[in-house]
Design a protein around this ligand. Sequence first.
Ligand code: MTE
Length: 339
Amino acid sequence: MLIKKKTGIEIPSSEITPHSIYLNRRNFMKGAAAAAAGSLLAACAPGSNDPAATSTAVSPTIAPPTAAASQTTGGAAAALPPRPEADELGDPLNSFEEITNYNNYYEFTLDKEEVAQAAADYPTSPWQIEVGGLVQNPGVYDLDALRGFDQEERIYRLRCVEAWSMVIPWLGFPLAKLLNEVEPTADAKFVRFETINDPDNMPGQRSAWFEWPYVEGLRLDEAMHDLTLLATGLYGETLLPQNGAPVRLVVPWKYGFKSIKSIVRIDLAADMPRSLWMAAAANEYGFYANVNPDVDHPRWSQGSERRIGERGRRRTLMFNGYEEQVAHLYDGMDLRVNF
Ligand code: MTE
C-alpha cells in the first residue's frame, strides 16, 4: 500500500520503507469519555560509560549551561514484508539491541545504558492521550484508538543533539492523521506535547534540575508534515518503555530531544510552547532544533556525528538528510537565529 499523502507533501517512495505497511484496518474509536475536551546530564553524551565515545575537547552534553522479547503488535508484525537492511541512503539499520539499550529518558536515569532496566517495569497500559486546545473536536484517545490508525513502518535516522545517531525502523502513523480528526481551529499555529507526570514512579522527575513534565512543541505545519510520526513500535514490535511506550513523537529532521516520549497531552495553541529544554537553556536548545551541521551547539560542533555501532565519525547532513522534504518549511527564515 502506498502511503496516503493527505498533506499533499510528496515523499519519495525510497523514503518510506517499504512503501508503508498496512497493518491494521483503521478502526478509529475515540475514548468513551470523549472528554471535553550543561554539565548536569552527562547521561545524554558520549561519556565514560560509552565504549564507542570519541573524546572531544568539550563532551557534548544535553544540559543547562551550568550545569527483546516484547509483545508483538497484535499479530500485525506477522504481516510485515521483509525489512530492508538499510535506509534510503544505504545506511544499515541499528540493531534492536542497540536501539533498546542506549536511550535518553531523563525521567528514569541520566545514564543511557541504564534506562532500559530502570524503565522496564513502567506500566504503559492502560494509557490515554488527551487532545485539546484550539480544536473543533477535542477528544481522548486510548490505546485501541491509537493503534486503530493505519500503522506504517518507516526507517528514519535519529540524530541526537549530542552528535550520536541511529537508524531506526519505527512503527506508527503520521501525527497529521490524528490532528485532522480533532480539526485545529484557524487560530492554532503550534502543537504542544506533554509527557506523563509521574514523579512517584519516575525518579528523574523528582529532580529540580528541570521543569517537569517534559514538554515539546512543533509549529503546526511541521506537525502536519507527513514525516512527523506518532510511533507505537519499532522493529515490528510494540514500543518498549525505554523508547517512550506506549506512544512517542518522531520528527526525523530535528534533534532527538524534540521526539518526546510517553505522551499524555497534545494541545493546539496560538503561541509557541516553551519546551523543557528551552526552559532549561534557551541559548543552547532552541524551539526549532533542526539538524544543521552549519550551526554548532555553543559547546560542541554539530558538523559530524557518531553512528552507534560504527567506528569514527560521519558528516552530519542538513536536516538529517531530509532536506528535500522539509527545507521549504523554513523558506526565508534565518536558521542561525531560529536554531
Ligand atoms: N522524551 C522524554 N519524555 N524524556 C526524555 O528524556 N529524551 C529525548 C527524546 N525524548 C527524552 C525524550 C532525547 S535527548 C533523545 S535523543 C530521544 O528521546 C532518544 O530516544 P531513544 O531513547 O528512543 O533513542
